[in-house]
Design a protein around this ligand. Structure first.
Ligand code: HEC
Length: 153
């Protein structure tokens, strides 16, 4: 009898431990969206491909201004950019076909992965940036540098 109680307690303890470790659902959704849409170019490990796709590891673009990151994800980017001292001059396609909550989830995932450590992106932040976009042309890096922040609600 005693061993049954002990086994029961051990079981309950393990379940609570597992629950404690369960990933945040937004992070998990973001990870799935990343695998499906971003990994094609930036690779599953976020390392990108030399000369073609920049790495997302410890990236100032990922961890820096949220408004700039959301604009980049929604509208894409082209033209010269230097990431970790490596030059790129390629095209990132727009992702404005994704819902606001999907963009928020994938950006929350990258801001907390690949050595990045920055706060989450909310659905409302994506919504406000999307509403402020005036054209659907690709951004160039230099243009994005001057477009920081998220419009007020
Ligand atoms: C079609 C390939 C492609 C896809 C898909 C793509 N990217 Fe990119 N991404 C690029 C390229 C190319 C650049 C650099 C653009 C340039 O040369 O101006 C870039 C630049 C970036 C940058 C800024 C530089 C850096 O490395 O930090 C971030 C952040 C980024 N992408 C995130 C994403 C996220 C998040 C997704 C998925 C929602 C995504 N990308 C999907 C090709 C892609």
């Amino acid at each position: 009898m005693k061993s049954v109680i002990v086994a029961g307690l051990v079981f309950l303890f393990s379940v609570s431990l597992l629950n404690g470790c369960a990933e945040d659902p937004v992070f998990t959704t973001g990870q799935e969206i990343f695998k499906r849409y971003c990994a094609t170019c930036h690779q599953q490990d976020g390392n990108g491909l030399e000369g073609a796709f920049p790495s997302l590891h410890n990236s100032e673009w990922v961890q820096g201004d949220k408004g700039r990151l959301i604009r980049l994800a929604l509208r894409g980017m082209q033209g010269p950019i230097v990431v970790h001292e490596k030059p790129f001059n390629n095209v990132m396609t727009p992702h404005d076909f994704l819902e606001n909550n999907q963009i928020a989830a994938v950006l929350t995932f990258v801001r907390d992965s690949f050595g990045n450590d920055a706060d989450a992106v909310s659905e409302s932040e994506v919504e406000r940036v999307r509403a402020s976009l005036t054209s659907d042309e690709l951004f160039v890096a230099s243009e994005l540098e001057g477009l920081l922040g998220i419009p007020e609600e």
